[in-house]
Design a protein around this ligand. Sequence first.
Ligand code: FES
Length: 154
Amino acid sequence: MLTDQEREEIEAELPHYPRKQALCIEALKVVQRHRGWVDDEALRDVGGFLEMTEHEVDSVATFYNLIYRRKVGRNVIHLCDSVSCWVMGCDRICEHLKNSLGIEIGETSDDGRFTLLPIPCLGDCDKAPSMMIGRELFSDLTPEKVDEILRSRK
Ligand code: FES
């Protein structure tokens, strides 16, 4: 069941949308903000509130790559793997991240600090390679810069 707080935050968005179902992504973001990720129960909760089936909500959740359908670490690294970042060496950054964290793409470090995921273009192509953690964008990445960013995260 949605908590009162979740319900309140979702309802606050209602006036901005033509119909309840159009709120789906916002509702999923609210639930994820509170629970860390969107499990099957959360899907049902959102579906119940928006009068959508679990399958319909899941279709939205799996389409939108900032909604996590599996448990993630405290910091989710979205490393851009689109063309400008690829040309500018995102493969090297990816290898560095994987080696530093001891994980592969799609995995979470043992200490639960980091999850590493790919993402299409972040709109930061002129400063490639780029990655995002939470709402923060990191540009012109080098292995040294990545080390510094990783150290700064709890
Ligand atoms: S291609 Fe990576 S930010 Fe655009």
